[in-house]
Design a protein around this ligand. Sequence first.
Ligand SMILES: Nc1ncnc2c1ncn2[C@@H]1O[C@H](COP(=O)(O)OP(=O)(O)OP(=O)(O)O)[C@@H](O)[C@H]1O
Ligand SMILES: [Mg+2]
Length: 596
Amino acid sequence: MRSPSAQPKRSTAASIRRLLSEAYPERWSFAAAIAVTLGAMLAGLAMPLLMRRIIDGPVASGDLTTLLWLSGLFLLAGAIEAGMFYLRRRIIATPVTMLEKRLRLRLFAHLQRLHLGFHDRWPSGQLLSRMGGDLSTIRRWLAMCLVFFVANGTVVITGLAILFYLSPVFGLIELVAMLPMVVISWIFEQKYKTVARRAQDQEGDLTTTIEESVQGLRVLKAFGRGKDRLKIFSAQARALRQSELHKAKLLALLWPLTMLLPEIALAVVLVDGGLQVAAGTLTLGTLVAAITICTYLDWPTRSIGWLLAESNETASAVERYYEFMDTEPSIVEPKRPKRPARPVRGLLRFEDVQFQYPGSDIPLLRGFDLELKPGETVALVGATGSGKSTAIGLVNRLYDVTGGRITLDGVDIRDLGLAELRTLVSMAFEEAVLFSASVRENVAMGSDRPVTDEEIEQALAVAQALDFVRELPAGLDTQIGEQGLSLSGGQRQRLALARAVLAKPPVLVLDDPLSALDVHTEAEVEAALRRVMVDGTALIVAHRPSTVLLADRVALLADGRITVLGTHQELLHSSPEYHRLLSTMEDDVEAEVAVP
Ligand SMILES: Nc1ncnc2c1ncn2[C@@H]1O[C@H](COP(=O)(O)OP(=O)(O)OP(=O)(O)O)[C@@H](O)[C@H]1O
Ligand SMILES: [Mg+2]
């Protein structure tokens, strides 16, 4: 599965600039970290100059007092260097972790806001790899590279200036050695960026495969398809390895090149300086100082290649982060939300609704009209794939209609605040989704205000789930979902139903909510539902004749619209289409019953 990410759109500098603008609130901490690092490195740079004073002064003249206090100063510079490096680590941790947390929270919040259409397009592994990998790349860069970029850059320039001051020839030699390194790094930057990005995308694909395979483990085992998944996985792992190898090769080439050049420069300085000292035109102290500075500049200079590589990787991490963040949710709040008149009656109307999935060629719903009066329960039936789940998902704006409108008590649902709409319309989906939390928490999700245990128990009773919940090891506190107790399909469905009816919403939308229940339990749930839904409106997708019987009226969806509408009895007599559909449903039920 390829991720839909495009090729890099921004330059490295632009991405880094954007990251830096995020770090604005922590600017003083970052500045402090940079300052102490710079202090440490400048103290290090002062030491060769002190050495020069010591060698040319007291060492030559035998002045013990001066030797002692200059050596003391030397020691002090060393202590300052060590102390400041300690401080750097201490200072930098706070702003970096703070910023990382902020980016992470914002990403998560944005994922929640994004419309479903977005999640349809993005494999979940890409999300996981962004949450994990990219953010730690960014953290590493902020903690190390940002500081060393400034500090090492300054130190290189200062060191060069000192060399020029000691002897213009030394400065020139060092400069000549440094320039090709910049060019090499620059070429390297171009190549590394592409490979780094490819590797990150491949890692995302790999995560998707792992995730799907873990989630689908039962299916894979049942069909003995583990080997096939392994094949796909190993192909992806191979591709990732190639990219990582490519990265390593590039890096391997960079290091010796950037290592060799300073060493050549050092040799030339030694020869030239040695000759000058022999000729008496240069003091020994100056030569020692120059050599020490050249050696000292070795790491800051060499680090430029590494810093650039890291910056590239970080820039692509930043770019990917914003690829997500810059995607605007297409389901948006109205500018001026309207409030329906109170109490909300639940008059739900589909008016000439059109709907087309993004990326599909033909509209799925074409002129879908349906009216549900307050207190009425309508069953929506239709062949599989006819668009029933899609149609009811439009009611609380999981997707927006692409034409026509849906109104609740006469107000276009797009004019209602999203939070309000979603409290007015409650849903239960085809697949009951439970979270790793207690039964209480899972059910309480159905309401936006705090609920009492009594309310939860009432909802459980409607869903005929109270008895089995009471028998769970810790009752309402039993942990379920991935980290806890596993429930049967029917139990899961009933909890999801309890969640949907908890808030006693004016509009209840249920997608085949009773499919996993036996006919007896289904009848009990239906009777209870009827009692609680006397005032509310319910739209229920039905796949079984027994569910259809729950409804006051039945709507048949075919060719993207409601073709037949009426009571079950009416349709049974008047509509051959309905008759046909019902008999296939009955076949399905018989088949279900026949399965041992
Ligand atoms: N997220 C999506 N993106 C693109 N197409 C989709 C998406 N979800 C569903 N479809 C397509 O829309 C059509 C209708 O799907 P839908 O789930 O609404 O059918 P349904 O009537 O609920 O079917 P079933 O009875 O099997 O539950 C199908 O052809 C499906 O492939
Ligand atoms: Mg469906």
